[in-house]
Design a protein around this ligand. Structure first.
Ligand code: ADP
Ligand code: MG
Length: 347
């Protein structure tokens, strides 16, 4: 759980702080008619740095597991304006020329740095590539393809499960390359619009997948150079993935002042989040694996099927606002996250 600080607007309005995090991994919500304590594996309060979230959430381990060949997913979840994009990517750059301070970079950039550091270290040989999709109004779009966005078909096969046909994937070898890709595709092409709760609200779910192919190289230091014989595939190669999911925030149309096209978007967002919540509830029930899980109810749940119930390893970061005005959304996020904690996968 990550509790963001009160924003200037909230402070000026005189909103009260109703969420307090305690040091033992619990969140205390106390308001006039609510007093509840929730326990999680990690809780970050308003003062927690981006680095503390990276180190304390298990994100670094997730990167290591992706290198080891596991399918790893991290998702940021929570109400619009609760800090999901901030947690994953850091604050938006104020201008093209002014870069964001390294201390504020999010989980994504920190994970890329970690991956690239490992790929340069002599013990491993990693090939990295990325694909980037958004789900907007129940259509899957490729954020990396040039030209106007077009919808890609989402298919199912016995061997691959659900997959997106014809999605582009781009190789990268440097931090600059992947960061540029993220910023260009993500901030400029992704659907965002301003409304009452957040000036840059994401109106789509975005999924960035890093494919990690690794092959252990037998170190040449064990042999004198003249005796060095290359050993093809001495070690089996591994293929892992690291998927970052920035969910569009849940919102109540009344609060955000959305009308017309915006309210169609809001309804699509809410419907897919509801489908996600439904799958999580069923998976969290004892013996839930044996019941039918309605992944087919939305594009989002199809794409996340493996992360939620299959062979993946998943980290869910639930973001909340401490403000009294967000109380009901905060409680619903906390309940949602408590259910998600009970889901187990078989990596
Ligand atoms: P979301 O993606 O959930 O809609 P954002 O990440 O865009 O929300 O955050 C909304 C606003 O709050 C942004 O201006 C962001 O910079 C700010 N913010 C969010 N989390 C934090 C934090 N932990 N520390 C400082 N500012 C934050
Ligand atoms: Mg966002």
């Amino acid at each position: 759980i990550r509790v963001r600080p009160l924003t200037c607007t909230e402070t000026h309005r005189g909103d009260r702080q109703v969420v307090h995090s305690l040091s033992d991994g619990t969140v205390h919500v106390s308001a006039a008619r609510h007093d509840a304590i929730f326990r999680f594996s990690a809780v970050f309060d308003a003062g927690a740095s981006q680095e503390a979230v990276f180190e304390g959430s298990g994100m670094r381990q997730l990167v290591e597991l992706a290198i080891d060949g596991f399918s790893c997913t991290v998702f940021a979840f929570g109400q619009t304006g609760s800090g999901k994009t901030y947690t994953l990517m850091g604050p938006l750059a104020q201008s093209e020329t002014q870069a964001v301070s390294p201390a504020l970079l999010g989980l994504m950039q920190r994970s890329f740095a970690c991956l690239l550091e490992r790929s340069r270290s002599c013990s491993s040989d990693l090939a990295l590539s990325a694909s980037y999709l958004e789900i907007y109004n129940e259509q899957v779009r490729d954020l990396l393809s040039p030209g106007p966005p077009c919808a890609l078909p989402l298919r199912w096969s016995k061997t691959h499960g659900f997959y997106v046909e014809n999605q582009l994937s781009v190789d990268f070898e440097s931090l600059e390359a992947i960061t540029d890709l993220l910023l260009q595709a993500g901030s400029q092409r992704r659907q965002t619009s301003a409304h009452a709760l957040n000036r840059h609200s994401s109106r789509s779910h975005a999924l960035l997948t890093i494919h990690v192919r690794s092959r252990a190289v037998s170190g040449p230091e064990h042999h004198p150079p003249s005796m060095w014989v290359p050993q093809p595939s001495a070690c089996p190669s591994k293929q892992g993935t690291l998927c970052f999911v920035d969910l569009a925030g849940s919102e109540r149309v009344k609060e955000t002042g959305s009308r017309g096209e915006l309210s169609v978007e809001a309804n699509n967002i809410n419907r897919s989040l509801l489908a996600l919540g439904h799958c999580i509830s069923l998976l969290a029930k004892p013996g839930g694996k044996r019941t039918h899980i309605p992944y087919r109810d939305s594009k989002l749940t199809r794409l996340l099927a493996r992360s939620l119930g299959g062979s993946g390893i998943t980290l869910m970061v639930a973001c909340i606002s401490p403000s009294s005005r967000c109380l009901s959304e905060t409680l619903s996020t906390l309940h949602y996250a408590s259910r998600a904690r009970r889901v187990t996968t078989r990596p």
